[in-house]
Design a binder for this molecule. Structure first.
Ligand code: SF4
Length: 415
């Protein structure tokens, strides 16, 4: 590996980390001031955003320890056979960078992942050494998110949880067949075994802290995972069912969905094109329905096209479900329970809570609901109010085009 200075390593290893979606940065158009014009850039990598357990948005230095890897996962730009420039930080360099960036107020924490160097245990030791040094030698109190390596010794993964706020283990692909084909050195039982160990430790040490104040904290911001979408043949229905199973079995805080992006010198077993980004968005909306709107995974999957198992891209999954199950509507805003109101397309949690609070004092009219939603045209066919009943509207065969968002005219020269 060529000798690189810290800045060169940072450029390579921050760029390599961008493929991990386990933070909440969002994409935008590419702009920069490299030609001396203007100020700022949307292209730089290295700092991402995440949400702390109390809801604050925090900025994290997001890097890999190294982009060298002894594994050869087909979808990964860092795989052994990939022809990319390699770099590797020492644990001390990551500690120094984190502290320097923190003191300059660029970041509030660290997101650290890595390719596998030599062996899973060796790599995990290096990752733990970074977190241990930050916490114990420098009394670093910022946020730390560590990617853990499922094949590493469980004791090392446990140590990671003692220093990190959040740990994550990527399941990578939604199906066993997909993982076997695209990441043959990884194994679902080993990945799930590591997730189970983390769940057990979070719960055990959480219980211990309720009884003994001195008991150590273990990953207080929980564990999360990431699935790549569109690299294998898994349908949206498969992905939703898999995510639901992971939430239930491992008590995950988040499942992140990352649309597969074609990489240079890609393996022939990968698709040539990335899936539409809207597919990733629809999966996040489905995830939201399961976590906050009490939909079961099978219900969200029912919103998908039965022939393809894919969610529609032109409408959100909540509207797709409502159009498929028209017999569940209209819902009376003055009488229906909270669960039924949450199923009405266009009504969010805040709107439903406002309806429930208001109707304790008076009956709601359509205009009252209109003030709580962005589009009363979308909501109207699905509800009954004091002065409104969607007599003809609810049964119309052509309801979908009436409530679907209007297609935006694409700009000819848009990026
Ligand atoms: S183990 Fe991780 S870094 Fe290595 S090739 Fe597979 S996905 Fe990439």
């Amino acid at each position: 590996m060529a000798q690189l200075d810290l800045r060169q390593k940072l450029a390579i290893l921050a760029d390599a980390a961008k493929y991990d979606a386990s933070c909440s940065s969002s994409g935008t158009t590419r702009r920069n001031s490299a030609g001396g014009k203007g100020i700022g850039s949307t292209e730089g990598m290295g700092i991402c955003h995440a949400y702390a357990p109390d809801g604050r948005c925090i900025s994290l230095l997001k890097i890999l320890l190294t982009n060298s890897c002894v594994f050869d996962c087909h979808y990964c730009i860092n795989r052994k056979s990939s022809n990319v420039r390699r770099a590797r930080f020492t644990p001390d360099e990551v500690v120094t960078l984190t502290l320097d960036f923190y003191r300059r107020n660029y970041i509030e924490g660290l997101f650290l992942s890595s390719g596998i160097i030599r062996s899973p245990n060796y790599t995990m030791e290096q990752i733990v050494r970074v977190a241990q040094s930050l916490r114990e030698e420098h009394d670093f109190r910022g946020y730390i998110h560590l990617k853990t390596i499922p094949d590493a010794d469980p004791e090392l993964v446990h140590q990671a949880g003692l220093f990190a706020d959040r740990v994550s283990i990527n399941v990578e692909l939604p199906t066993v067949a997909g993982l076997t084909r695209l990441a043959p050195e990884k194994s679902v039982p080993r990945i799930e075994g590591a997730m189970r160990d983390v769940r057990t430790a979070i719960e055990d040490l959480g219980d211990a802290r309720k009884r003994y104040k001195a008991a150590p904290k273990f990953a207080p911001a929980g564990q999360s995972t990431q699935m790549i979408v569109g690299a294998d043949a898994a349908t949206d229905g498969d992905i939703i069912q898999r995510a639901s199973g992971l939430y239930g079995r491992f008590n995950l805080r988040r499942v992140y969905y990352s649309a597969f992006s074609p990489i240079p010198d890609a393996s022939a077993v990968l698709p040539l094109r990335r899936p539409p980004l809207m597919r990733e968005h629809r999966l996040y909306q489905s995830d939201w329905l399961m976590r906050f709107y009490d939909y079961r995974a099978s219900e969200v999957a029912d919103a998908a096209d039965p022939a393809t198992g894919m969610l529609p891209l032109d409408i959100d999954p909540k509207l797709a479900w409502a159009l498929r199950f028209r017999d569940r509507f209209p819902v009376d805003v003055n009488r229906a329970p909270r669960e039924a109101l949450l199923r009405v397309p266009g009504l969010g949690i805040k709107a439903v809570d406002a309806i429930l609070a208001t109707r304790r004092w008076r009956r709601l009219r359509l205009a009252d609901v209109a003030r709580l939603t962005a589009s009363i045209a979308k909501v109207r066919p699905f509800l009954v109010a004091e002065d409104w009943r969607p007599v003809a509207l609810a049964d119309r065969a052509d309801l979908r085009p009436l409530v679907a968002p209007k297609r935006e005219q694409l700009e000819l020269f848009a990026a």
